[in-house]
Design a protein around this ligand. Sequence first.
Ligand SMILES: [Zn+2]
Length: 453
Amino acid sequence: MSFKEIIDKVVADGAAYCDIRKEHWNKTSLTLKDGVPEMVAQGEEEGAMVRVFYGNGWGCVGTNDLDDIQETANRALTMAKKSARYKESETDLADIEINQDKIKIPMKEDFRDISAEEKLSFLKELEYNLSKNFVKSTDIRYRDSLVEKEIITSEGTHIQMEIPRLVAYLIVTGKSDTIQRASEGTGGTGGYEITEKTLDKTNVVLDRLETLLEASTPPSGKMPLIMDPHLAGVFSHEAFGHAAEGDLVASDNSCLKGKLGEKVASDIVTIKDDPTMEGYGSFPYDDEGTKTRNRVLVKEGTLNDFILDRENAWKLDLEPNGGARAEDFRVKPLVRMSNTIMEPGDMKFEELLEEIKGRGVYAKASSGGQVSPAQGTFQFNAQESYLIEDGEIVKPLRDVSFNGFTLDTLQNITGITDKLETGIGHCGKGQTAPVSDGAGHVLVSEVMVGGRE
Ligand SMILES: [Zn+2]
């Protein structure tokens, strides 16, 4: 039976909705740690997920046996019927435009044509560039993946798409009186041509590590902060973006609930999550077959939209905007971000510095942190930081962290520079999603800065 016939049968058996998402993956992962290849994985796999909506219940079953889709669909239907029995609150799917489309994100240089040995020798070249006397340890990670997806729904959606992605991370560690680490990642949707950007990053991590090894411990207290584009991008994703995910809003786990149309940031702040722009987190259709569009989450300070799949759009009485993503065919799609950008402003970096009277901190790149979308709080660690005194950069700092309330911090943004820079990341929410984020340099008039252990 064809997928269409299988879907038709599930609907004939009483389901309100059914979709099948078939995926074929071609992946290579390589790790070079201190010059030793630690993990080399290369291969192909395929599988599918069947989702069935019956009554108010869902049944979602994944399989890597494509000859077994009929049985998988039966299991999904049984599961949906069971789940409907226990579900008390009503739920449904908001309508979407029905599309039949075939779309392929191009690779200038197809990474499937390049052998694992050749990829490994590229990593060795990176390692060679990173070998300086102050570097004690190097860790280089490479991963490419091409996914061919087919999404067919009982409503007539039929999407075929090919998405190639490539990512590489450089991590260097050094030691003075403490151990310091610097890392940079590059990546995007596209082919092996993306690795050209990786070579440029070797100097960035080396400079950063060298600076950190000589840096002082930071001051603490409330003070102005300039975030570089990478840190401001991570702030936009982590502190704000997660709170704008429709499932968290609908389940009352977001500080943004009920605030659509309200001021949540200063007038110069516009934040978008845009799967349609070029970036590591791009995709033309989401995993429910919804055509993606740019989501302007904050428009000149006002909360304007959420990231939405079909079910949470229905719950919130809003329009789905292509927010459903699944890590692979084994799992059901969740509401996820894509490329999260705080739009650049009209200032120059020197002008941001001049705004700082007295003491402040300039913080670059992130090295982890914590957020609570429900409480609207965040804590971030910067990789590289500098002390600012009366508009001048005075000296490097290490182990800088800062924290606060997301909405207060967004209100305290008083300057954004005019040049957008983006970075890449892997967002975790039970499943991993490739994402990117970006911003200009961002001045926050006041935030709590402190050191960390
Ligand atoms: Zn995230």
